[in-house]
Design a protein around this ligand. Structure first.
Ligand SMILES: Nc1ncnc2c1ncn2[C@@H]1O[C@H](COP(=O)(O)OP(=O)(O)OP(=O)(O)O)[C@@H](O)[C@H]1O
Length: 278
């Protein structure tokens, strides 16, 4: 299993292909165009913020990248292999998905299970249905899950029920589950929206460290512009489903933000956990 949590990207066998490339991706819900000919390429090990006003298509794009959302047209490739093309998932979608972890705003843990069991679930795609049903995990798998918990800094919580952890701790369990899965790409949809400023900072710092140490590719939807400016050198902004900006976050100045967010821009720049990173 590839779960040495200190491995470099080359040790993980990542290819020279972009981690994620999206070509001409279009998705409508009825008359509502959620994605409008989106194109982008994200290299292995890059950490990219996906920004834009509510309804601009960020979640739809993230979900399309791992095939949870099937687009109408266009193509998504993971490390150079097609995951979906023109409204059809490729037959290798499960294999490609195993390389992609997904983190949600509300953590998506199983509250009645222990923290350790929640992390072990990350290895389920490699287990038989019977073993999954009986929750029979090997000693090696348990050791890997404990190592993942140690890496995210909550080893001492391993045997608590997930429901008893704070929001920041729960989000770190979700990240540990991605590590257990052997994910090389993490898609994070508003991962800090439910957290207090200090927990938000710790989660963002953890994702940054993992990206640097292990060559993890991290694509994160965020509304907190201060956080975007602090943690991400590259930002991609969507407006009405189309890529409106793709470049250095440094160049995402207030004028551009005004254009991307409209009336909400000033509020976004001034708020959003600024106190935690000042
Ligand atoms: N399952 C769906 N059925 C119908 N419309 C949808 C569905 N999913 C998304 N949409 C619409 O597609 C557009 C893009 O939605 P999406 O959730 O991707 O935006 P977003 O940028 O992630 O917004 P937010 O920041 O509020 O999460 C919106 O107009 C939304 O209403």
């Amino acid at each position: 299993m590839p779960n040495d949590f200190t491995a470099t990207s080359s040790q993980q066998g990542q290819s020279a292909q972009p981690a994620v490339s999206v070509h001409n991706l279009t998705k409508s819900f009825g008359d509502n165009v959620a994605l409008d000919q989106v194109g982008l390429s994200i290299d292995s090990g890059e950490m990219v913020a996906l920004v834009g006003a509510s309804g601009s298509g960020k979640s739809t794009l993230l979900r399309a990248v791992n095939g949870l959302q099937i687009a109408d047209q266009g193509r998504v490739e993971i490390f150079g292999t097609s995951l979906q093309t023109d409204g059809k998932l490729h037959s290798n979608v499960r294999r490609l998905r195993s390389r992609i972890g997904f983190i949600f705003q509300q953590f998506n843990l199983v509250n009645r299970l222990s923290v350790l069991e929640n992390v072990l679930i990350g290895s389920l795609s490699e287990m038989s249905a019977l073993r999954a049903g009986l929750r029979l995990f090997s000693q090696e798998e348990k050791a890997q899950a404990l190592a993942a918990l140690e890496r995210v800094g909550i080893l001492n919580q391993a045997y608590k029920r997930a429901a008893f952890l704070s929001g920041g701790q729960q989000q770190r369990v979700a990240i540990a589950r991605c590590l257990m899965q052997g994910a090389q790409i993490i898609l994070a949809d508003e991962p800090i929206a439910s957290l207090d400023p200090e927990s938000a900072r710790k989660v963002m710092q953890l994702l940054t460290d993992l990206s640097r140490e292990q060559g993890l590719t991290v694509i994160t939807c965020l509304h907190q512009v201060q956080m975007v400016r602090h943690y991400f050198s590259r930002s991609i902004a969507l407006r009405d489903g189309a890529v409106h900006f793709d470049g250095l976050t440094h160049d995402l100045n207030d004028e551009r933000l005004n254009h991307i967010y409209g009336a909400a821009a000033e509020e976004l720049v001034l708020s959003g956990h600024a106190e935690a990173i000042a």
